[in-house]
Design a protein around this ligand. Structure first.
Ligand code: NZQ
Ligand code: ZN
Length: 387
């Protein structure tokens, strides 16, 4: 096992009717900005519940709506101006990963001297202070509710960059599974795939004898596979949604990634596909992962065999046949959720491969993966295998 430090300060408040607990969780003397996305938070009534929980204690509360999926720097700059102008000092995100990530960016940028985009350019290393913030999660997928990372997009240059800093953990996150009942089936499927790939990014690398991390990761993957049909088909099945919500959080809160090598090449290539072609985040991962596992099969051999055996019960055939079967199962899982695994499904071909490679180069993404051996030539092979 590798050396590691693990500290996750986010308090999780989980369960039905937990939004009302905001009344106690948000300091009464706070000057609060509620941040949310498009129409969903208003339409579903979650925003009304949040307003009601915060009202009555003399708190100053403002709102900022309109944070789009794959939150843009351009939109977030307006929130930053509002925070600075009205001296707001506590941010509350109500939404999915995009709103929470956007809120993290605002929390850091509001106190940053200089051009806020530098935070994204430097991956968050230049963040030295941040406003306190918290989240009410409405979409289980990203894990942003219990981690210190975020992803923002500068529309002007089609750059989608991640940032991370220990100051960017939410103070607390409210996870009420009932708040996910209103999600369109497509977003539930996206969430299942995102959580699945967060797990594989930290598990499908090479063995370091990290036994409990492996077993945790395999447990998360198996749970996702097990609950997937019900999670999509029965929107108001509380127990299934509760399992989905907690699994997605655990997939990216640092626990399974402690002491093990991490990959993240699927995410980095996927981010370029979202920035260029506006494909949902999780859908880009389904395009890249099966192709990447195939191209990296030698480097990942040990873990691919373990994954096949323990997650998909593949125990016969030669090693290569087992690996083929494990990759085929992964692909079938995504496709079964209605999520394509081929670029052709989006009518993308060789031109897209060239465009993504150009962006990877521009963003310095030229040594990806757990061995830093995914250079542009290897990324080309991966993208071509996904055609
Ligand atoms: O905008 P509204 O109207 O609110 O609708 C949203 C949005 O259109 C809707 N939605 C959310 N909750 C709902 C709901 N609709 C009905 N009922 C509800 N309860 O869902 C749509 C998608 O929301 P979004 O927040 O964009 O989705 P997701 O949570 O998948 O977040 C994706 C973003 O997170 C980043 C991605 O790159 C992407 O920008 N990621 C963040 C990570 C992190 N912070 O650790 C890691 C991930 O790998 C990922 O990169
Ligand atoms: Zn992701």
């Amino acid at each position: 096992m590798k050396n590691f430090e693990f500290h996750n300060p986010t308090k999780i408040v989980f369960g039905a009717d937990s939004v009302a607990k905001l009344a106690k969780l948000v300091p009464v003397d706070a000057r609060v900005l509620i941040l949310y996305g498009g129409a969903s938070a208003e339409k579903t009534g979650t925003l009304a519940e949040v307003r009601a929980a915060l009202a009555g204690a003399g708190r100053h509360v403002q709102e900022f709506g309109g944070i789009e999926p794959n939150p843009s720097y351009e939109t977030l700059m307006r929130a930053i101006e509002q925070v600075r102008r009205d001296k707001l000092d506590f941010l509350l995100a109500v939404g999915g990963g995009s709103v929470i990530d956007g809120t993290k960016f605002v929390a850091a940028a509001a106190l940053y001297d200089g051009e806020a985009w530098e935070i994204a350019e430097q991956g968050g290393a230049n963040v030295h202070q941040a406003l306190p913030f918290a989240a009410v999660l409405t979409l289980p997928a990203t894990g942003s509710e219990m981690n210190s990372g975020g992803v923002v997009t500068k529309k002007a240059t089609q750059a989608k960059l991640s940032f991370r800093n220990p100051l960017l953990y939410p103070r607390f996150s409210i996870l009420d599974p009932a708040k996910t009942f209103t999600l369109p089936a497509k977003q539930v499927a996206n969430g299942l795939v995102d959580a699945f790939v967060h797990t594989t990014e930290q598990y499908l690398t090479y063995p370091v004898n990290a036994r409990v991390q492996d077993r945790f990761a395999e447990g998360l993957l198996q749970t996702l596979v097990e609950i997937a049909p019900q999670a999509v088909a029965s929107p108001d099945d509380y127990e299934t949604r509760a399992n989905l919500m907690w699994t997605a959080t655990l997939a990216l809160n640092g626990l399974i990634g402690a002491g093990v090598p991490q990959d993240w090449a699927t995410h980095m290539i996927g981010h370029e596909l979202t920035a260029l072609y506006d494909i949902d985040h999780a859908r880009t991962l389904a395009l890249v992962l099966p192709a990447l596992l195939d191209v990296q099969r030698e480097q990942k051999r040990g873990k691919l065999l373990q994954y096949g055996q323990r997650v998909w019960d593949i125990s016969s055939g030669t090693d290569d046949e087992r690996i083929d079967a494990a990759i085929a199962q992964t692909r079938a899982f995504f496709e079964g959720l209605g999520i394509p695994t081929r670029l052709s499904a989006y009518e993308l071909g060789q031109d897209a491969v060239e465009a993504v490679l150009k962006q990877l180069e521009a963003h310095g993404m030229t040594a990806l993966g757990e061995h830093r051996d995914i250079d542009l030539a290897r990324s080309r092979r991966i993208l071509e295998a996904a055609l």
